[in-house]
Write a protein that binds this ligand. Structure first.
Ligand code: PCA
Length: 325
C-alpha cells in the first residue's frame, strides 16, 4: 500500500513536470530490547541512512520484537511485509544446518576467532540468503556465551532436570545432552519466564542477562565462552534491486560503519555487562574444571552432529576457519 502511494505520488509529480525525490519509510523490525547494543547499533545505522540519503530513505527501527517477533522477522522480510530487519542468524538452523555454523560449542570462542569463522562462512550464508530473496547488509557477534543458573552448578550431573531456556537448535541440543529440559523463549520474554519459573537457566551472553535484569531471578553466571553467535541485518532483495545506486552506496557505507561499531560495542559490553550482573547480586566466574571438561565432550558430539548435517559445505567452512587461525 505504501509502495503504491509512493508510486502514485511519484507519477503525479512526474506528470507535473518535476522529478523530486520521493521519501520512503523503511520499517526495521529487531528482536532485542532498545537498550541492547545490537539495537543501539541498528538505531545508529538507521540514522546514518536517513541522514545520508537526505531523508529520501528513512529507516525506523522497531526493537523488542514490537513489529515482528524474532522468529517471524526473516519471513516478514522475505515476503516484503517489512523491507529490512535484524535477526539472530543461527535462529535459522532449523531450515539449514549451515546457519548454525556460529553455534558449534568451543569451535570459535574469542572475538578474533569469531571474526575468522564469519569470514570463512560468509560466502555460503550470503548465497543461502540470496536464494531466499534476502540481501545481507551487516553482521555483528554477541559476546561469548556462558551458562546461567538459579543455584550453583559444579558438574553436568547437577543440571539434570533443570528447565532451560533455548534460542536455537544448538541450545536445545545442549540442553538435551546435559539432561536439562529445553523450552524456546525469545530474549524479549525471558525476564517473565524466569520470574514465573517457566525457565531456570539458559546459555547466553552477559549482555542479554544484563539487558533483561536476570539477577532478579537467577544467581549464577558461568563464563564458559562456548561460542559467539551473530545477529545480521538483511534487506528484501527486490527492495534492494529497486533502490537507486546512490542510495545503495550510502546504505553499504552505513552498514560497514555499523558492523565496525557493533563489533567494538560487543567487546566493550562484555566486561561491562558481567560487572552489571555482579552489581545485581549474581556470582560471576569461570565454571569448574569438571564442568568445562564435560561440556567440551558434549561440544565434540555437537561438532560431529553439525558436520554431518551441514555436509561438504559445512566441512569446508570449518577447514577454512582452522586454516586461518
Ligand atoms: N543473546 C541472545 C542470543 C545470544 C545472546 O547472547 C539471546 O539470548 O537470545
Amino acid at each position: 500500500m505504501k509502495k503504491l502511494t509512493n508510486l502514485m505520488a511519484a507519477t503525479a509529480l512526474t506528470a507535473a513536470g518535476a522529478l523530486p525525490a520521493v521519501a520512503e519509510t523503511w520499517d526495521m523490525p529487531m528482536a532485542y530490547s532498545a537498550s541492547n547494543f545490537h539495537s543501539a547499533t541498528g538505531a545508529e545505522f538507521a540514522q546514518c541512512v536517513t541522514t545520508g540519503t537526505g531523508g529520501e530513505i528513512e529507516i525506523v527501527t522497531h526493537p523488542s520484537g514490537s513489529l515482528f517477533k524474532g522468529a517471524d522477522i526473516k519471513r516478514a522480510i522475505q515476503t516484503g511485509q517489512a523491507p529490512i530487519g535484524e535477526r539472530l542468524l543461527s535462529g535459522h538452523q532449523n531450515e539449514n544446518a549451515l546457519f548454525g555454523f556460529d553455534s558449534i560449542p568451543f569451535l570459535a570462542t574469542s572475538f578474533d576467532d569469531s571474526d575468522k569463522l564469519w569470514k570463512a562462512a560468509k560466502p555460503s550464508i550470503e548465497k543461502l540468503l540470496a536464494e531466499q530473496n534476502l540481501t545481507l547488509l551487516y553482521a555483528v557477534p554477541w559476546p561469548p556465551q556462558g551458562l546461567y543458573f538459579k543455584n550453583a552448578v559444579e558438574s553436568v550431573a547437577d543440571m539434570k532436570g533443570i528447565k532451560f531456556r533455548s534460542y536455537n537448535n544448538a541450545t536445545s541440543r545442549l540442553a538435551e545432552l546435559t539432561g536439562m529440559l529445553p523450552v524456546t523463549i525469545e530474549a524479549a520474554e525471558i525476564s517473565q519466564a524466569f520470574a514465573t519459573g517457566v525457565a531456570e537457566s539458559m546459555v547466553s551472553s552477559g549482555s542479554t542477562g544484563y539487558d533483561r535484569k536476570v539477577w532478579e531471578s537467577l544467581g549464577f553466571f558461568y563464563e564458559v565462552d562456548a561460542w559467539l553467535p551473530r545477529n545480521y541485518v538483511m534487506v528484501n532483495s527486490e527492495v534492494w534491486a529497486d533502490t537507486a545506486d546512490a542510495h545503495k552506496n550510502v546504505i553499504k557505507g552505513c552498514a560497514e560503519l555499523a558492523e565496525y561499531a557493533g563489533n567494538w560495542r560487543a567487546k566493550e559490553y562484555t566486561g561491562f555487562t558481567l560487572q552489571g550482573l555482579r552489581d545485581g547480586g549474581m556470582t560471576v566466574g569461570p565454571a569448574s574444571d569438571q564442568m568445562v571438561g564435560e561440556l567440551k565432550e558434549i561440544g565434540v558430539t555437537m561438532t560431529n552432529e553439525w558436520l554431518e548435517a551441514a555436509g561438504d559445505e559445512g566441512k569446508a567452512i570449518v577447514d577454512a576457519f582452522k586454516a586461518s587461525q
